[in-house]
Design a protein around this ligand. Structure first.
Ligand code: FA5
Ligand code: MG
Length: 347
């Protein structure tokens, strides 16, 4: 059930390379929590209790669908967040922790989304979790972005779209950054809150409180190093890797990119069409040679009411210019695979 393109990345452990941007960011975060228990070796395969049930994630939640999560079998998934380990660690009596690892989600393909990314989760017992979380995160953000950084806490009391089933007083933190056009914009870098009292009780700590947060390392690294494309983190190209040194945050200098090539794909939709499934099949056949998949046209047949979509696949090599024949070969594999697996009708 877990595709080969994903399998082969399990265990690469980018975050354990101290000269890789993901490893550099990880170390920076550790420095803000000097006495916390750390664990980087928790297993990526977890059961449904760990990833969902113990965290009060309802049965109907979209993240449980096979179109969103990689299932190994009916009981086991590739963790979709590091919070999958929260209840095990609290039960084991950890009073605080930082845990780092790779997480997996079926997702769109673009410059900021990749099916594997890295998260750091933090937790600590506290008598005033709301205040302590705010203080800890303020220290962390200033350490990462410098004391001049502008950041803000968005609270569930004010914004009802901020919600995690496993926390109360949930919040998100946004940091102000300069975007590619030179404008100031706010970007979300983490979610957090007070661990839900029912979870504390289920872990055997009825009268204790704790705060927790989870942040995405790629998001942080892309901002801090000015890395424009999330696929670059997986590059083995020396022109990428040689630019980073342990303990240093410097601006990435892009090297000349290889030219892009577009191929369009039009088809009639089957009854239960899931765009994530389409993306996954395309990704599986195209590996890292596909930069983006974009819906560029929708059409409803006036007589039959059948719906047609046209997707544009943007091919671009990460280490060489692709030959037209190579791209055609991949495009044909994608067409065959989609027809077999999704019952789509190619046009
Ligand atoms: C979570 O995963 C929660 N487990 C976080 C949490 C932990 C909340 C503990 C409360 C208490 P979310 O799905 O928003 O939440 O992801 C957390 C962070 O991971 C985001 O802020 C973002 O930085 C990063 N992230 C999420 N999805 C992606 C993605 N597709 N690609 C790269 N980074 C992502
Ligand atoms: Mg979020």
């Amino acid at each position: 059930m877990i595709p080969a393109s994903i399998q082969e990345k399990i265990g690469l452990n980018l975050f354990k390379n101290s000269n890789h941007p993901i490893g550099i960011i990880k170390e920076k975060i550790y420095q803000s929590f000097p006495n916390f228990y750390r664990n980087e070796t928790l297993p990526v395969l977890v059961n449904l209790d760990q990833n969902f049930n113990s965290l009060r994630i309802p049965d109907s939640h979209p993240s449980r669908k096979t179109s969103d999560t990689f299932y190994q079998d009916g009981e086991t998934v590739l963790r979709t967040h590091m919070t999958a380990h929260l209840t095990d660690l609290i039960k084991a009596g950890r009073s605080n922790y930082l845990i780092c690892g790779d997480v997996y989600r079926k997702d769109a393909i673009d410059r900021t989304h990749y099916p594997i990314f890295h998260q750091m989760d933090g937790f600590a017992f506290s008598t005033d979790p709301e205040l302590d979380l705010r203080e800890s995160l303020s220290v962390l953000i200033k350490n990462l972005f410098g004391h001049q950084v502008k950041f803000r806490f968005l609270e569930d009391k004010v914004r009802n779209d901020i919600y995690f089933p496993f926390t109360i007083n949930s919040c998100e933190v946004e940091v102000e950054i300069l975007d590619a056009e030179g404008n100031n914009t706010w970007v979300e870098i983490l979610g957090g809150g007070t661990v839900h009292p029912e979870i504390m009780e289920a872990c055997g700590f009825k009268n204790r409180k704790g705060w927790a947060f989870g942040l995405g390392l790629e998001r942080l690294a892309m901002k801090l190093f000015s890395i424009p494309d999330i696929r670059l983190f997986w590059s083995t190209d020396e022109r990428f890797l040689s630019q980073f040194k342990a303990g240093q945050i410097n601006t990435f200098t892009p090297y000349s990119k290889y030219p892009p090539c577009y191929k369009d794909l039009s088809f009639w939709l089957p009854e239960n069409f899931e765009e994530n499934e389409l993306n996954l099949i395309i990704r599986e056949n195209g590996q890292d040679l596909i930069e983006e998949v974009k819906l560029i046209d929708k059409f409803v047949h006036p007589k039959t009411q059948k719906i047609s979509h046209c997707y544009r696949i943007n091919y671009r090599g990460t280490s060489k210019t692709l030959l037209n024949s190579e791209i055609d070969q991949i495009q044909n594999l994608i067409r065959q695979d989609l027809t077999n697996k999704l019952q789509i009708e190619l046009r």
